[in-house]
Design a protein around this ligand. Structure first.
Ligand code: PAF
Length: 281
């Protein structure tokens, strides 16, 4: 099940190769990405690598869950053929420098706002590791969840700009029965905090439902969502953006011919959560 860097070279010409990059702590959301890849590709590789380059100072790198044995079981159960868990030196040959010689990758314009603004260096770390993993695994298709919508768009943009020979296939966000988007960080929430976090999807859905009932002014929709959000949540941002540019939209088009999406980031006690919802869902 575990595959080494050397062995990867032997599987690239077996057929179509699907790739699900992860930082481990796999949950049903990852399992759903793996299952889509398994359905669509001949071989599926899941990578497990906690990428220090995408964590800022004071972020949760040290407490980020590391559960390789459980990850292997979940990946296997979902039908993956291989789990690739490279060492840090394999990913970053100049370690302890977290840099890739000759690979000065720009995360691009889509990384300027939202997560990119609040987490300086985050998307530089994401594009560096994903490009490096693409080079190592050489997939035909790579599967990413819409839950990290800005990451998805930044990576789609990177693939287009660098003309990489891989197609990114986005997959819908998976949610628990209470509506909360599946995330490895949900395990940090106490029962009380989880109750507060439930207001996040409720607020996003309230905006979408009000839009469907005819409200097109985004300020009104955002005010409505603020009223629904639990007051204990420390908001980083709540916005309605164009899916292509990630720029805020002032007014939605009735019937939603634009691709509009509500995006949220905030802190429930000490746990930072992000979520988003398309208006055409
Ligand atoms: O979404 C994630 O889990 C990570 O950002 C990724 C894409 C695996 C890169 O480390």
């Amino acid at each position: 099940m575990l595959i080494s860097t050397d062995e990867l070279a032997g599987i690239t010409d077996i057929g179509t190769l699907g790739f699900v990059p992860t930082m481990g702590a796999l949950h049903a959301g990852h399992a759903s990405l793996i299952k889509v890849s398994v359905r669509q590709c001949d071989v599926t590789v899941v990578s497990v690598f906690v990428n220090p380059a995408q964590f800022g100072e004071g972020e949760d790198l040290d407490r980020y869950p590391r559960t390789l044995e459980a990850d292997i079981s979940i990946a296997k159960e979902a039908g993956a053929d291989y789990v690739y868990a490279p060492t840090i030196e394999e990913v970053y040959p100049h370690y302890p420098a977290l840099s890739l010689a000759g690979e000065e990758l720009e995360p691009g314009l889509l990384a300027r706002n939202w997560e990119g603004k609040l987490r300086p260096g985050h998307f530089e770390g994401v594009v560096a590791v994903v490009k490096r993993l693409f080079d190592l695994v050489q997939p035909d298709y790579a599967y990413f969840g819409e839950k990290d919508f800005q990451q998805l768009r930044v990576l789609e943009d990177m693939v287009a700009r660098l003309q990489l020979p891989v197609e990114i296939r986005p997959c819908f966000t998976m949610r628990d029965a209470d509506g909360i988007a599946l995330s490895s960080r949900n395990r940090y929430l106490s029962a009380e905090e989880r109750e507060q976090a439930r207001s996040i999807p409720t607020a996003l859905m309230a905006m979408r439902d009000a839009f469907k009932e005819g409200e097109t002014g985004t300020n009104k929709l955002l005010n409505l969502a603020q009223d629904v959000l639990d007051e204990s949540i420390q908001l980083d941002y709540l916005a309605i953006v164009d899916e292509l540019t990630l720029e805020p939209i002032e007014r939605l088009t009735e019937g939603c011919d634009r691709q509009a999406r509500a995006i949220f980031a905030g802190r429930v006690a000490s746990t930072r959560l992000i979520d988003n919802l398309p208006f055409n869902s």
